[in-house]
Write a protein that binds this ligand. Structure first.
Ligand code: SF4
Ligand code: NI
Ligand code: NI
Length: 709
């Protein structure tokens, strides 16, 4: 048998199954029955991406199958094999979507099945920063549980997002390994068709971030090949269906590495036989050209970004430190180089061994730094990273910041020999690694002695935090000489540019003006460049000749004009990883804002994914704009259209999150008390009529404003 016979045979088999499944569903439900995956704006994302057609009913699904059939040509040429691979993948999507008919939830823990658009948007930033350096798709059963678990762990330790299909899911479960999106190991499903759920992520990335036109299959495949660092590890035995799926993966640019030696055909850089499973990791990274940044830290447990989302439950914890109950603090302090001994770690007070099991303790760590290029403005930038650093320790959990942090050390980590001083090692190594351009020397002092913690918190840390807050309050767009560009997301969204100002942070919520300034200092040729603001055009719109020139340059000519304060005239573009999106609500002259976490309906008749699909990929779409959560309380939020007075609806949770700051801004700008009380949410209205009624009752100012369009 040739490779062609195997791909074509596998494709035919899946096609037959799909046809039977669709016919069966039509017989059962009738051809008008609605079909779609949940929590996506793209219905059947793979089929939509490849053909540009949105399938909505079983009848259309059956028609779509006819289109798939046209891809199944049978010439013995490589392209025919690839297209049959794509056809196989689309059939898999059809089989999977049938499982979701009538709002069914076909997947049970630990399997995820279909992943929501929101998950992809969340992955945007870590993928562009290289925090997630790649995506592994592991298919089938490893030769043994040990080998399977070792492979998964090896990727996890590198921060690679791992998706599992088939027998490997039971193998990692048998070994008691924790899985889940929070530890970057995602079991998709046990049927081979579940592999479509990761393909769907890759193709939606092209639509969401890449502005790829649905139906432009050539550009789509180029996008996934160039920009989605995914690869497949397929365990033997490979049947024809898996071989056909593999051809689809290769068509998208994802190499397949397998230990199958029988009846397999090597394709250089694409279909690679590696008999030794312990070498899958190295072979895969080489094939996909993924480079791993290694931070070697001398601690007895693993340190990897995959552990960032790990949660330590009370019953699993050895000790806890809790800034909300006892005095705690975390602080970066700039010192003179002569005062610092590089890599010195001191613990003042008891070590974990001296603390009672399950006890609540004080902790305060002061990271002293010195460097010629160090500026006090970088202190909070470095300090905010402590959360990520400490969370990356396997078995250690961190939340909060400043003097309100909470840390848990698990029993497992303690038994492995983890000590307080290792927190110091992690902070030292991470700060030196990431901030080497400004930090020449670094020393860490960790206090666990309660009296010392009280002293450090109240006498050292809080006065510094207060001073910083004063500085932040006076940081306005008018008070600074320059803004910054950020083009980090161009890895996925090639023409997107964020313009970051003191009062408008990046739409991902992760890059403030201070962050951009530090990023620029750390890497002068990197993603954040200075934008001068010497030639204003219109202060109310926030338009500047300098800004226009910068966005033209950084978008390679894709953008000509961008305003900072308008959502109607030349609004800033979105890459896709925005925390929130606002869109105009014509009946109230206002805007509705939805955040990524919100799963329900908005008064626009759209869910977050549907609103979000209106913008992205670096294009301007007046009337819809992605933005960060903190931008909502900014005095510059759509200032050109009248400002925050236009906000008429937000999900309750978001409203509560922004309430304090938003109310303060409304008070200062318009003298309105408790402005958030006037704003609707899903508990009062999810349709425009009920919303306007509520707004009228509350006397919301937007109703009296001019229409925006
Ligand atoms: Fe991406 Fe903009 Fe955030 Fe930079 S600031 S990471 S470009 S969303
Ligand atoms: Ni106190
Ligand atoms: Ni982005």
């Amino acid at each position: 048998m040739t490779l062609f016979d195997r791909v074509f045979g596998g494709n035919d088999a899946v096609y037959g199954l799909t046809e039977g499944a669709i016919d069966g569903a039509i017989a059962q439900y009738g051809e008008d029955k609605a079909v779609s995956f949940p929590n996506t704006a793209y219905s059947l994302p793979c089929y939509y991406a490849v053909t540009g057609t949105k399938v909505t009913t079983l009848k259309e699904l059956k028609e779509a199958l006819g289109v798939v059939k046209t891809l199944m040509t049978r010439e013995k040429r490589l392209n025919d094999a690839f297209m049959s691979g794509v056809a196989t993948a689309l059939c898999a999507e059809f089989i999977e979507v049938l499982k979701y008919i009538d709002g069914a939830t076909p997947y049970e823990e630990p399997c995820y099945g279909h992943l929501a658009d929101a998950v992809i948007r969340e992955l945007g930033v870590p993928l562009v920063t290289g925090d997630i350096p790649g995506v592994a798709v592991i298919l089938g059963s490893a030769p043994s549980v040990e080998e399977g678990v070792a492979l998964v762990k090896s990727y996890q330790a590198q921060g690679i997002l791992v998706t599992l299909v088939g027998g490997i899911i039971d193998q990692v479960a048998e070994a008691g390994m924790k899985t889940g999106a929070n530890v970057r190991v995602i079991p998709l499903g046990k049927d081979v068709t579940a592999v479509i759920h990761v393909v769907s992520v890759a193709l939606r990335a092209a639509l969401i971030f890449g502005n790829v036109t649905p139906g432009d299959a050539g550009t789509l495949m180029k996008y996934t090949m160039d920009r989605v660092p995914a690869f497949v590890n397929a365990f033997k035995p490979l049947d024809d269906v898996i071989v056909a799926c593999g051809a689809g993966a290769i068509a998208l640019g994802f190499p397949v590495i397998t230990n199958e030696t029988e009846n397999i055909f090597r394709v250089p850089k694409s279909l690679i036989v590696q008999e030794d499973v312990s070498k899958f990791n190295a072979t895969s990274l080489e094939a996909r050209d993924i480079k791993i940044k290694i931070t070697n830290i001398d601690i007895p447990v693993a340190f990897a970004s995959a552990f960032e989302g790990e949660i330590i439950r009370r019953k699993d914890m050895q000790v806890e430190f809790d800034g909300s109950r006892v005095d705690c603090a975390e602080l970066v302090q700039t010192c003179d180089a002569s005062e610092i001994e590089d890599h010195k770690i001191t613990v003042v007070g008891p070590e974990v061994d001296d603390m009672e099991l399950g006890s609540k303790n004080s902790i305060a760590y002061v990271v002293k730094v010195a460097g010629k290029n160090m500026q006090p403005d970088f202190e909070p930038v470095i300090e905010r990273k402590f959360h990520n650093y400490i969370n990356c320790i396997e078995g250690v959990y961190h939340t909060g910041q400043r003097d309100m942090q909470r840390i848990r050390i698990s029993i497992d980590a303690f038994n492995a020999g983890f000590k307080i001083k290792h927190i110091g090692e992690v902070l030292y190594a991470s700060v030196k690694n990431e901030f080497d351009a400004v930090v020449d020397k670094c020393e860490v002092v960790i206090y666990t002695d309660p009296a010392e913690c009280t002293r450090v918190r109240h006498e050292v840390a809080i006065p510094i935090f207060d001073k910083r807050d004063e500085r932040l309050d006076t940081l306005t767009d008018e008070s600074v000489d320059v803004y910054y560009s950020c083009i980090l997301c161009q890895a996925f969204s090639p023409s997107h540019v964020c313009v970051v100002t003191p009062e408008r942070l990046g739409l991902c919520g992760a890059v403030s003006w201070l962050d951009a300034k530090a990023t620029h200092q750390l890497d002068p040729n990197g993603p954040c460049q200075v934008i001068t603001k010497e030639r204003p055009i219109d202060e109310n719109l926030g338009s500047y000749e300098d800004v226009d020139e910068a966005v033209q340059k950084f978008s390679q000519g894709a953008l000509e004009h961008v305003t900072l304060y308008s959502i109607m005239q030349d609004p800033m573009t979105s890459c896709g990883c925005f925390e929130c999106i606002c869109g105009i609500e014509p009946f109230s002259n206002g805007v509705v804002i939805a955040n990524r976490e919100y799963a329900g309906m908005t008064p626009l008749g759209m869910t977050f994914p549907e609103m979000a699909s209106m913008t992205g990929g670096g294009v301007q779409t007046p009337g819809f704009m992605g933005h960060g959560k903190h931008f909502i309380s900014s005095k510059k939020f759509m200032k050109a259209e009248g400002g925050i007075e236009r906000i008429v609806w937000m999900p309750k949770e978001l409203k509560e999150f922004v309430a304090e700051r938003l109310n303060k801004t409304a008070q200062e700008l318009y003298g309105i008390e408790n402005f958030t009380d006037m704003i609707g949410d899903e508990t009062v209205a999810t349709d425009p009529e009920a919303l306007v009624e509520y707004l009228t009752e509350k006397g919301h100012p937007a109703l009296a404003m001019d229409p925006m369009m």
